[in-house]
Design a protein around this ligand. Structure first.
Ligand code: PLP
Length: 445
């Protein structure tokens, strides 16, 4: 039975959050650890396309896609059918015990789609953090070296190793140490704040690596091609290519964390494609499987195959239902050319965001690529981060039934991550709500 299609429009039946959501939220505080934050305490019952329906019958526009996960949209029939078909056959065997085709097929797709025209191999895991951990394991084993270079504002996950790789203390790291050793952080390229061009920013990072770590100790340079949680920071042109070239020359591996940027989000299959940067290893997750937990590491065959037998794995990694969802989602991305849709989203939304920035001095910069767009808020006339402005804009959007997320080391960035298939009228309506939220901010000044 296919559930009824939900009309793609915003519809408020109660104040948000509504009474049922409030009830559930009360239960939550007695059942769920306080360590988990809530962006917007509206409890969801159903979703379709770019609309979330809450337990009170409100229909919200989803401009977050579950943090860049539901890139193909919610309840896409092809994905739902693939999941259902697989669930009717088997849910689990453990790929390391008795394998199955879906796992192999997802690895084939990853090897084909990730940057680089050479022989590749992949391995599948459950979460982005697990993929990053495994990329680091692989890089260390393959190079026989230990140092991992990461950058300022990096986000790579919340496990002990990935927390060590992540830059921001609060809330990710505070009190959770000790952290993993042999992780070294250097400056990134953040054009709005550092004012450097790409090659100069790369030179500074490389000098820091050479002087404080030593090129011959470096196993890998790990970086998000556009930094996600850190603030949707797009490095200046030339930064990534220069860093990748130095890494290769140093005999180390260049690892791209494409967990948030991958799978058409930035207008190409992977964000590295934009500057023809070819990583040795790529970590993927989020957008790969339309909401089911799946992650991958893909890389040069000789690197991936340098690991001893049994060195990689896990009970659930590459789960059959998750791989079925991924194959269906990847096919939808190809068939509907969602990379082109992501570019269209930027064309449609960026002028509106630029116009908002022109009317308020609170917006310091509009940036991003494809369907990964952001506004950085500052105290007017300065570059001092203004997280309070972001809180107030988010609250205004939420009250009107538009799900928008924040990010940034300073909590002062609003990020838009709609599903790539969002219809024009919904994106238009969502942006109109954002515009009015930004306008009321200016009125408060
Ligand atoms: C979300 C994210 C991760 C962590 O993924 P999880 O699935 O939450 O473990 C790692 N790197 C980047 C760039 C991310 O956006």
């Amino acid at each position: 039975m296919t559930p009824e299609h939900i009309e793609q429009r915003r519809l408020l039946t109660t104040q948000l959050p509504g009474p049922r959501s409030k009830e559930l939220h009360d239960r939550r505080t007695h059942a769920v650890s306080a360590g988990l934050t809530v962006g917007f305490p509206v409890y969801i019952e159903r979703a379709d396309g770019a609309i979330l329906v809450d337990v009170d019958g409100n229909q919200l526009i989803d401009l977050g896609a579950g943090i860049a996960v539901n890139s193909v949209g919610h309840a896409v029939p092809e994905v739902t059918e693939a999941i259902t078909r697989q669930a009717q056959r088997f849910n689990h065997t453990c790929f390391m015990v008795t394998p199955y085709e879906g796992y192999v097929e997802v690895c084939e797709a990853l090897n084909r789609l990730t940057p680089g025209d050479f022989d590749k191999r992949s391995a599948l895991f459950n979460s982005g953090a697990e993929a990053v951990e495994n990329a680091v394991k692989i890089a260390r084993r393959a190079t026989g070296r230990q140092a991992i270079i990461v950058v300022e504002h990096a986000y790579h996950g919340r496990t002990n190793l990935t927390m060590s790789l992540t830059a921001k203390n609060m809330p990710y790291k505070d009190g959770f140490g000790p952290f993993a050793p042999e992780v070294y952080r250097v400056a990134t390229s953040y054009p709005f704040r550092d004012g450097h061009d790409g090659p100069s920013a790369a030179r500074l990072a490389i000098e820091a690596i050479e002087t404080s770590v030593g090129a011959s100790n470096v196993a890998a340079v790990l970086i998000e091609p556009i930094q996600g949680e850190g603030g949707f920071i797009v490095p200046a042109d030339g930064f990534l290519p220069a860093l990748a070239e130095w890494t290769r020359g140093a005999g180390a591996l260049f690892i791209a964390d494409e967990i948030q940027t991958g799978f058409c989000r930035t207008g190409s299959w992977f964000a590295c494609d934009h500057e023809a940067v070819v990583p040795d290893l790529v970590a993927t997750a989020k957008g790969i499987a339309a909401g089911l937990p799946l992650a991958g590491v893909t890389g040069r065959a000789e690197v991936m195959d340098s690991i001893h037998e049994g060195g990689l794995g896990g009970t659930y990694g590459g789960n059959p239902v998750a791989t079925a969802a991924a194959l269906a989602a990847i096919e939808v991305m190809r068939r509907d050319d969602l990379a082109a849709r992501a570019r269209w989203i930027e064309q449609f939304a960026r002028p509106r965001l630029e116009a908002m920035a022109a009317t308020t001095a609170s917006i310091g910069e509009v940036r991003g690529r494809g369907a990964m767009l952001a506004l950085e808020f500052v105290l007017p006339g300065t570059k001092v981060p203004d997280p309070k402005a972001v809180k107030s804009v988010l609250a205004a959007c939420h009250a009107e039934g538009v799900v928008v997320l924040s990010c940034g080391t300073y909590g002062n960035v609003i990020r838009l991550l709609p599903s790539l298939s969002i219809p024009e009228h919904l994106l238009d309506d969502g942006l109109a709500v954002l515009e009015s939220a930004v306008r009321s901010l200016a009125a408060d000044d």
